[in-house]
Design a protein around this ligand. Structure first.
Ligand SMILES: Cc1cc2nc3c(=O)[nH]c(=O)nc-3n(C[C@H](O)[C@H](O)[C@H](O)COP(=O)(O)OP(=O)(O)OC[C@H]3O[C@@H](n4cnc5c(N)ncnc54)[C@H](O)[C@@H]3O)c2cc1C
Length: 353
């Protein structure tokens, strides 16, 4: 097999882990990534020496063995999410926020030291001859006898083997296959949710962590909104400070200015005027991210069809592999699932070689 001709579609965690695992076996690949950045649903904002802000994947747990083993192999540490002893809880709009005791966390969450993109950059910088091509949105894949052609918005590529890492629904909506893929696969992919792709993330950086006091912590839970939950998002050295949370998805239709004003108004309810001392305000509406979100025809239950065996078998005479976090058996939709699915696919390809 001409190993130069393995094309990986998508430069997110699964695509980069796949390239890394193949590189360890001496097999080079070409990654075609639609965006002008790597990482996909992992996106760390780095601005003017402020705390790195995770607009995508942030937390992992000790149960995420595939991810933890990979981080360990790449010498990347993890750090426990700061929660504090007390947080604010807003039960309803007609009553003021309450300061509540936070129960001890038996399963703490951790963050990737240096930021989630530390993992993406380490994988991308693994020394080998891999090609990583940005701004290459795949639009169609054709099979002519045993040769595959991949067409993007910019180019045409030939391949012997293709690893898809797009979330299944997005793949079916954005890539045309000739010949058509089996109906069962098509139907299942159409009914597979892309984890977190409707989320709105919001973050503010600050000069001082004014929320870190005996009687508050940066942890907020609210039924009132617009922010439903928020956490301390300072860096692991406790030298750059931020708060980060999730906004109610209903605020997608509100203007950016109004959203920002409503977030500040909510933070003033907890922290008074200190909320206005923010250095920068950031938000990502993942529904607007063409290369992550695909609109559903009907309501799709989160995690529905994740890890379905129909995704896990090769197609087109062992030349086409459907990978990506949503296809994993354990923790599908999460970073761990992305790593697991990459390992499954690469094992299948190595077996084939
Ligand atoms: C807001 C948010 C918060 C999250 N929080 C967490 C968390 O705390 N913990 C956790 O474990 N997980 C979290 N996740 C999920 C986690 O980000 C994903 O499980 C993981 O990053 C998926 O990796 P992937 O490579 O399988 O898919 P993706 O990251 O979706 O990668 C697919 C890649 O394909 C590219 N692409 C798309 N279309 C095309 C095309 N036509 N041609 C070429 N390339 C294309 C995309 O740009 C992307 O780079 C979160 C996700 C989001 C959005």
């Amino acid at each position: 097999m001409d190993s130069k001709n393995i094309i990986i579609i998508g430069g997110g965690l699964c695509g980069l882990t796949s390239a890394y695992l193949l590189a360890k076996e001496g097999i080079t690949t070409t990654i075609l990534e639609a965006r002008n950045r790597l990482g996909g649903r992992i996106h760390t904002l780095r601005k003017d020496g402020k705390a790195p802000i995770e607009m995508g994947a942030t937390w992992l747990g000790k149960k995420h063995h595939h991810l933890l083993d990979l981080l360990d192999e790449l010498n990347i540490g993890i750090t426990e999410q700061f929660m504090g002893d007390k947080g604010y809880y807003e039960p309803m709009s007609v009553s003021p926020p309450q300061l509540v005791d936070l129960p001890p966390n038996e399963e703490p969450s951790y963050r990737i030291e240096g930021g989630s993109d530390n993992l993406i950059n380490s994988l991308a910088n693994y020394p080998d001859d891999n090609q990583v091509l940005l701004d290459q949105a795949v639009t169609s894949i054709r099979k002519n006898s045993n040769k595959l052609e991949v067409e993007t918005n910019n180019d045409l590529f030939k391949a012997d083997t293709i690893i898809n890492t797009l979330p299944p629904k997005l793949l079916m909506d954005s890539v045309a296959f000739t010949p058509k893929l089996p109906n069962g696969l098509h139907k299942t992919a159409h009914q597979t949710h892309t984890w977190m792709a409707e989320s709105i993330k919001v973050a503010l950086t600050f000069q001082e962590p004014f929320w870190r006091k005996p009687n508050s912590s940066g942890t907020i839970f609210s039924n009132v909104g617009p922010v439903n939950e928020m956490y301390d998002h300072s860096d692991e050295h406790q030298s750059r400070y931020a708060l980060k949370g999730f906004m109610n998805e209903a605020y997608h239709s509100v203007s950016q200015n109004d959203r920002k004003e409503l977030v500040l108004k909510q933070l003033r309810r907890f922290y008074g005027d200190k909320a206005d001392s923010y250095c920068s305000y950031h938000e990502t509406l993942w529904k607007d991210e063409t290369y992550s979100f695909a609109k559903y025809d009907n309501h799709i239950v989160p995690h529905q069809n994740n890890g379905n065996p129909i995704f896990q078998k090769p197609y087109w005479d062992n030349q086409l592999f459907i990978s990506g976090s949503e296809t994993a058996n354990s923790f599908p939709g999460y970073m761990d699932g992305a790593v697991e699915s990459a390992q499954r696919t690469i094992d299948q390809i190595i077996e084939k070689v």
